[in-house]
Design a protein around this ligand. Sequence first.
Ligand code: SAH
Length: 223
Amino acid sequence: MMQSHLQGVGMTSQRTRDRMIHRLSEQGITDERILHIMRTTPRHIFIDEALASRAYEDTALPIGYNQTISQPYIVARMTELLIENKESLSDILEIGTGCGYQTAILAQLADNVYSVERLLPLQKKAKAHTELLKLKNIRYLHNDGGWGWEDYAPYEGILVAAAPNEIPQALLEQLAIGGVMIIPLVNQDDGTQSLKRITRTESSFQIQEVEPVSFVPFLTGKE
Ligand code: SAH
């Protein structure tokens, strides 16, 4: 693809990206590594051309197949929670690749990213997007992410981008001791969702509630 497409013009230009970063800092994102990576990663290439001019708005946008790309604030916030207090990360497991934007951000912070998506056409798009950015440390799996990805476990970080009713057992098992999982969970009493941060210790899992969120549902099986 042409270099100019990667750089963007008008509503997809560096200036628009800089405004997004400014907004993220106002919203409380402080990790300079994340702000830098989101400043330099073109978000518009992950979105269909008809919507590309809205790529840097603070909103979720449709990516087809009834799914959405997460809003910039949520991507930044989840990433921040995942890497907090860590200098570097080795292996990260992502469940719900979608269009691959979050994957691309994670790939610039970790040695390896393993990303699982249940919808094959979306996984193919994500692959094409991250190839365009020449990111080579990502592996993709087409499967129900409820099973995690055992081959490369344990993971220092696990990030889930769809909301289940409860934390899949396999994901807890594949989290390294000292590792962190960021996951939106459906509250059983009223159907709302809360973002949780789960830390695995030698003997238990510590659960911390972060903030209310709104994700697409975590579905079983693959298509
Ligand atoms: N971070 C992504 C979010 C996409 S939306 C982005 O910004 O593009 C959430 C994604 O999770 C969807 O693509 C959906 O198909 C996927 N998903 C839902 N349940 C899943 C499951 N059990 N296993 C794997 N992927 C799942």
